[in-house]
Design a protein around this ligand. Structure first.
Ligand SMILES: [Zn+2]
Ligand SMILES: [Zn+2]
Length: 103
């Protein structure tokens, strides 16, 4: 009787493993493709504002957190305080353009 119960438990682990492994792999795939998508977004150097004006995202920026001036990607972490801009203002109309990394 005792041996039979342990064999059932073994079967349960096997089934759990068979179900969990593809799910785990799928989750890894989703995470990886999300990261690739983010890298793709960060390579775009012009983003449109809500009105459609093109805005360059590479240039000189002033960190809103500590006031430091830095050159590069608008939504890159500040080299001084590590803060990431939540938005930049459109050069033409001043509307806020959300950073691609905000969820
Ligand atoms: Zn800063
Ligand atoms: Zn605009």
């Amino acid at each position: 009787m005792k041996r039979r119960r342990s064999s059932w438990r073994w079967l349960l682990y096997l089934v759990l493993g068979l179900v969990a492994t593809p799910l785990w792999l799928l989750w890894g795939l989703v995470r990886t493709s999300g990261r690739v998508l983010r890298v793709g977004v960060s390579l775009v150097d012009v983003v449109p504002c809500p009105d459609g004006h093109p805005n360059r995202v590479y240039g000189t920026w002033v960190c809103r957190g500590c006031g430091a001036r830095f050159r590069g990607y608008a939504f890159a972490p500040c080299p001084v305080c590590g803060g990431v801009a939540a938005y930049i203002s459109c050069e033409s109309c001043g509307l806020a353009i959300r950073g691609p990394f905000r969820e």
